[in-house]
Design a protein around this ligand. Structure first.
Ligand code: 3NM
Length: 205
């Protein structure tokens, strides 16, 4: 059993996604009421080494202040070093067994794109799954073709109790229809990180 968490408004971010100072963007999002945060430091200008670890520490500190779970994307080592609240991994990333063994009460999220992958993630002990991309997104370089809303509906009807968050191309405008599928929350990058009014964006999601 992992610690409790709420997928309702899940903000995912790395420095490459921000047009302004990333820590300010994160703090505004936290103030506005995001329920979960994932550090996803990717791209060609991504921070590396000590700068990356230090940035992660500062994000973690902010999340702790606002009592929001701090999740690290695809970096088991850093998640363990910082004692992060959890990790999020994709289909190509390292398995979750090692992290679960070393960090029993941590949150483990897995990205899935099909019902079969969702089944596998549940069988392997994931705490939640991210399903996407729901719509076209230009934020993720290697994003797959959109899966649409039907996969969310199918997932929620087959696994009613399992926490699922939708991701990919979700905006203030389309989040309402995404939520109608019964998902536990929406995960966004640009809808928050590119917003000129983060408070309004988070409130409207
Ligand atoms: N994962 P935006 S789509 C990080 O399909 C990520 O698993 C996806 O960015 C998946 O909210 C995606 O700006 C990008 O569309 C989400």
């Amino acid at each position: 059993m992992s610690m409790s968490f709420d997928l309702n408004k899940y903000f995912v971010m790395g420095t490459a996604n921000c047009k302004r100072e990333p820590l300010l963007v994160l703090e505004e999002a936290l103030q506005a009421g995001i329920t979960m945060f994932q550090l996803r430091e990717k791209g060609k200008n991504a921070l590396k080494g000590d700068a990356y670890a230090e940035f992660a520490r500062q994000c973690q500190k902010l999340c702790q202040t606002y009592k929001v779970p701090f999740i690290i994307n695809d970096d088991v080592e850093l998640a363990l070093t910082l004692n992060a609240d959890g990790i999020h991994v994709g289909q190509e990333d390292t398995g979750i067994e090692q992290f679960r063994f070393l960090a029993k009460n941590k949150i483990i999220g897995v990205s899935v794109h099909t019902i079969e992958q969702l089944e596998m993630a549940i069988a392997n002990g994931a705490d939640y799954a991210g399903i996407g991309p729901i719509y076209e997104t230009s934020t993720k370089d290697d994003a797959r073709a959109p899966v649409g809303l039907t996969l969310l509906e199918e997932a929620k009807s087959q696994y009613t109790q399992f926490p699922i968050v939708a991701i990919g191309g979700i905006s203030v405008e389309n989040s309402f229809i995404v939520r109608q599928t019964g998902v536990n929350g929406v995960a966004v990058i640009s809808a928050i990180s590119h917003s000129d009014n983060i408070k309004e964006a988070v409130n409207s999601l």
